[in-house]
Design a protein around this ligand. Sequence first.
Ligand code: ADP
Length: 320
Amino acid sequence: MRLILLGPPGAGKGTQAQRLVQRHGIVQLSTGDMLRAAVAAQTPTGLIAKDIMANGGLVPDEVVVSIIADRIEQDDARNGFILDGFPRTVPQAEALDALLKKKKLKLDAVIELRVNESALLARVEKRVTEMLERGESVRADDTPEVLSKRLANYREQTEPLVHHYSDKRKLITIDGMMPIEEVTAEIERVLAAVTKADEAAQAAKRKVASKRAAKPARAAKPAKAAKSKVKAKAKTKAKAKRTVKKAAKKAVAKKTARKAVGKAAKKVSRGSKKATKASAKARSGTRRTAAKAAAGRGRKAAKKVAKRPSKAANRLTKRR
Ligand code: ADP
């Protein structure tokens, strides 16, 4: 089981996380604890985090994300884990989503412990007194001033995660103002419901899968490569058809043009014959003027025809 505990400082995340560890045999991964250990050991991460934590600020996202990425890789987290204090910002949540997706791990639920802010200061004060009584060292950030800063950070940066996870249908909100035992019982009740719903969904999936497997296999569709080969063949065929049509049209046009040129040439020769005849007449001396005029007309006609071969001949020239 993989869970996230969400809630402001003093909401009771740590207490409930320990109970879940015992009941479900999973590990509690608290970024707060890990960072405090890093500060105590003075590791490079600890040196970055020390002052930020003491002032109630948030340690940079990349630092905590890399801590968690390493931690969930470890053997003891294989059975599942409870994230306590992480994610605390939307980018952290998105990084976690990506991390789980990459590892093909499913998040079961996000449990939000909702509490009245007015009760939180009293709770933290009580915690400080109890720690002092046990002779334990008190956290540097458990002072009223720093607590109000931590609360403001929660409201601004962490509360938007409520929407992030309710959009993903992972959010379970529990009244954190109830006595500890009742909060635990309520968490167990909802987790049992989540597990049951999950099992039902898995069973339904298996049923669909086995039904599908029982159906006779349909004729395989032609593979993509084969399909594209067929398409390419059809394209080549169509192109060849178009080329043949074009060539035929050109041949017809050429023939028509040749005919037209022939006709025009005939007209030209007829015209010049007329002219020759007329000039012969003129040479014979009779009706000289009329003969000259006829010859002139003949020559003109010949020129005209030669200049303007015919419409068909024109078309051919244009096409060329
Ligand atoms: P709280 O009781 O306020 O929830 P935690 O023990 O979870 O406190 O964390 C203590 C401090 O550690 C935080 O105030 C913050 O400075 C730092 N911290 C812990 N978890 C994160 C996180 N996920 N992102 C950034 N800072 C964190």
